[in-house]
Design a protein around this ligand. Structure first.
Ligand SMILES: Nc1ncnc2c1ncn2[C@@H]1O[C@H](COP(=O)(O)OP(=O)(O)OP(=O)(O)O)[C@@H](O)[C@H]1O
Ligand SMILES: [Mg+2]
Length: 632
């Protein structure tokens, strides 16, 4: 058998890892503490995995069935060693798991760090798994033997410069216990982490709620347990303080913020289970991943089964925490979970509780709820079209920026608030969708509503274009788009006494102008008509009453799934530009009619945030008209 040296293979880190390690080296002093939490969390995950596998294959536990984590600091050597007797890794897994970043959230995080060039300061807020150990160590050695195998392997890296893997040396091979041992050679300025008091402090602060015992090796070598190692969700609410919950949230969710909402209860009856769920205050980086995976952990009688078990619907995927069932069979496979009737029942009941807890938060602590909504409203709204049963509840929860206070951090309004402030004669809830607040709030489509003091919801989340595509009512008031179909404010009076209609201000009939414009634009538009929604602007584009709204059509077209529906051009027959068309028509200046009509269309596109189809032609036309105007 060859020795370690000759069999060792050198590997480069994946580019993202190299980048991450570079940031580790420059991390802020105060962020470093989190490395221990990350390593303990990995050790705990490894114990969870083994315990789960051992349900089907009890032999995996061998003669070492008590899963635990050991920590030993050696001040003289300047090392800190974290050992677990969990699932372990074979050589290939060492290469794959400790050389690349698999989690898309972490990838997105690294990308953002690199773009922002403000890496330091953020690491501590998010954690970056195993690699955070390079904040405190300049050399890391991992020795591991995978459960059920005989060979042990090693992984060694001296910061940044790639890593080496190989079989553990002949001497060690037979003696390496199952699991993983991680030896950190502490940096000169990080030697305090070898100190037992310091280790105990960190464990109590960050890892008290880890389910497995964490044993600290004391000076004479004896082991002492330093964490509570209890399933906090099994304890009664009255024993627990809010700090306990915060810490449990961080341990369970691997998060660094405070929970904005905590839901802890025990269900008894047809099924019994304990629930401890949290709503975070900040968004994870993978919130909008197409997978829309939740991360609630399922335990069965304290044994971790999985965190990919879809215990909540995708629109609640931001909720973190644990559901621990007393009744499910322990040997349930993750695949079986998907069609298990008991699981379906739990899902339904817990979903109901989470939604009503959000409602309670909204009424009792509106500011806290606003934080949750700012971070996750864009996801919760998916439920409006996915969860028919709770549609009304979710519409009630929804908060909106509106024309009442359209600033970026303006007050959020509920539909109840909206209805309470409706104008006399108003009988619908009006909204406008778009991709950014500034553009939506300056859209000409708001003009007629503004003239009447009618509030308009400004919808700028991606998901808004989708949920609004089905007809909705809230408290018997229909929701109506201002960029779709006809708008009719009915009996709502204008705030000033101006009349909208009055005598026809143009020299020729509206019908003649709209026909002339339509003749110029041809197929670009479905129709041209005079507008009820404009008071000041010359023109805008709207969608037909049926089919996708403007914003939805735009999003679908971006994914090449557009329906090809053409917009309707609405023109304001009182506007000077439109009057100019009428004058040109009367004077037989057909070239001017054409230029002006195209200009109307192009500016309506621009107001929707689009580039005119032919920007060069747009510029040429504009120049022609301006020069002619100045020359006359
Ligand atoms: N002590 C260990 N025993 C077995 N496998 C481990 C151990 N430590 C790390 N690993 C493996 O290395 C991988 C990478 O760990 P890392 O902490 O970087 O990411 P993660 O734990 O998957 O995600 P995160 O820490 O971001 O939640 C783990 O997914 C696991 O497969
Ligand atoms: Mg980890």
């Amino acid at each position: 058998m060859s020795d370690t040296k000759s069999a060792a293979q050198s590997h480069q880190f994946q580019a993202e890892v190299a980048e991450l390690l570079h940031m580790m080296v420059h991390s802020v002093y105060s962020e470093r503490d989190i490395f221990l939490r990350e390593l303990i969390s990995n050790a705990s995950d490894a114990c969870d995995k083994l315990r789960y596998e051992a349900i089907a294959k009890p032999d995996l536990l061998g003669d070492d069935p008590d899963l635990k984590i050991r920590i030993r600091g050696d001040k003289a050597a300047g090392t800190l060693t974290i050992t677990d007797n969990g699932i372990g890794m074979d050589l290939q897994e060492l290469v794959d798991n400790l050389g690349t970043i698999a989690r898309s959230g972490t990838k997105a995080f690294v990308k953002r760090l690199a773009e922002a060039k403000e890496g330091t300061g953020l690491i501590g807020q998010f954690g970056v798994g195993f690699y955070s150990a390079f904040m405190v160590a300049d050399r890391i050695e991992v020795t591991s033997r995978k459960a059920g195998t005989a060979e042990a392997s090693t992984w060694v890296s001296s910061s940044g410069a790639g890593f080496e893997v190989g079989p553990a040396s002949e001497d060690d091979a037979g003696r390496v216990p199952r699991g993983a041992q991680i030896v950190l050679h502490l940096k000169e300025d990080a030697k305090t982490y070898a100190d037992a008091f310091e280790i105990e402090r960190l464990v109590r602060t960050y890892s008290d709620h880890i389910l497995f015992p964490i044993m600290l090796a004391e000076e004479k070598g004896e082991l002492r347990q330093i964490n509570a190692a209890s399933a906090i969700w099994q304890r009664s609410k009255s024993e627990l303080k809010s700090e306990d919950y915060s810490q449990a949230y961080r341990t369970i969710a691997g998060a660094f913020d405070e929970p904005a909402m905590t839901l802890h209860y025990r269900a008894e009856g047809r099924q019994s289970y304990a629930v401890l769920l949290f709503a975070p205050t900040t968004r994870p980086f993978d919130l909008f991943d197409p997978g829309r995976k939740g991360r609630v952990k399922l335990y069965v009688r304290r044994v971790f089964i999985g965190d990919d078990t879809e215990l909540l619907p995708p629109y609640l995927r931001f909720i973190r925490g644990v559901i621990d069932s007393e009744d499910l069979p322990l040997n349930i496979s993750r695949e079986m979970l998907q069609n298990n009737a008991q699981v379906a029942q739990i899902r339904k009941a817990v979903t109901g509780r989470v939604v009503s807890e959000l409602e309670a938060l909204a009424s009792k602590e509106p500011d806290k709820f606003a934080t949750v909504w700012e971070a996750f409203g864009g996801v919760i709204k998916e439920g409006i079209y996915e969860d028919h049963e709770r549609r009304n509840q979710l519409l009630g929860l929804a908060r909106f920026r509106t024309t009442k206070d359209a600033s970026k951090d303006g007050a959020l309004r509920s539909l109840k608030d909206y209805i309470a402030d409706m104008r006399p004669g108003q009988n619908a809830i009006y909204y406008l969708t778009g991709d950014n607040l500034d553009r939506v709030k300056s859209s000409p489509k708001l003009e007629a509503a503004r003239a009447r003091g009618v509030e308009v919801l400004l919808l700028t989340d991606h998901v808004d274009a989708f949920w609004t595509s089905a007809p909705h009512t809230f408290e018997d008031k229909p929701l109506r788009s201002l960029s779709q179909g006809d708008v009719d404010f009915g009996d709502v009076a204008r705030l000033d006494d101006k009349k909208d209609d009055g005598e026809n201000p143009t020299a020729v009939d509206d019908a003649v102008i709209t026909a002339a414009v339509k003749a110029v634009l041809g197929d670009k538009v479905a129709n041209v008509r005079s507008s009820q929604r404009l008071t000041d602007s010359a023109a805008c584009l709207v969608a037909e009453g049926r089919g996708p709204d403007r914003e939805l059509e735009r999003l679908l077209a971006m994914q090449e799934r557009g329906t090809g529906t053409k917009p309707i051009l609405e023109i304001n027959t009182r506007h000077a530009l439109v009057k100019a068309i009428s004058a040109a028509k009367l004077g037989g200046r057909e070239a001017d009619v054409a230029d002006l009509a195209e200009l109307l269309f192009d500016q309506a596109c621009i107001l929707d945030g689009e580039v005119p189809e032919d920007p060069a032609a747009f510029a040429a036309r504009l120049n022609r008209l301006v020069v002619r105007g100045l020359g006359s």
